[in-house]
Design a binder for this molecule. Structure first.
Ligand code: 5GP
Ligand code: ZN
Length: 112
């Protein structure tokens, strides 16, 4: 738990969230400022600041994050969706507790 981390506070129950999924290592909840009809955030319960801070020992945890996102997509009957992870400030990361975004329920714009 990193005391000034907003997502650690959500994990600890000090801040509320609209929960989508939880297990021992992963929590998923709706983004407070959704950019699509379904916009979930999937996070490790353990504080890891960015994707760069995971190690080889976290390979299973990284897989759990991705599998949680696909389960949320299935729960919402999303035919197509986008998974995004902003990495570091230059990558658009604002909350420095690593998280996957899952976005769906509308046509995603082509990235090219
Ligand atoms: P980033 O730009 O770091 O990848 O995205 C952080 C995301 O966290 C943003 O989409 C923002 O709306 C969301 N967010 C920030 N604070 C909170 C909060 O307190 N609760 C929830 N549910 N989402 C948050
Ligand atoms: Zn944290």
């Amino acid at each position: 738990m990193t005391t000034d981390c907003i997502f650690c506070k959500i994990v600890a129950g000090e801040l509320g969230c609209d929960k989508l999924y939880e297990d021992d290592s992963v929590l998923a909840f709706r983004d407070i400022s959704p950019k699509a009809p379904v916009h979930g955030l999937v996070i490790p319960k353990r504080h890891v600041a960015t994707l760069d801070d995971f190690t080889d020992d976290d390979a299973e945890l990284l897989g759990r994050l991705m599998r949680t996102a696909t389960a949320i997509a299935a729960d919402h009957n999303l035919e197509g969706y986008r998974i995004a992870m902003n990495v570091n400030a230059l990558g658009g990361q604002v909350v420095f507790h690593a998280h996957l975004h899952i976005l769906g329920g509308r046509q995603m714009r082509h990235m090219g």
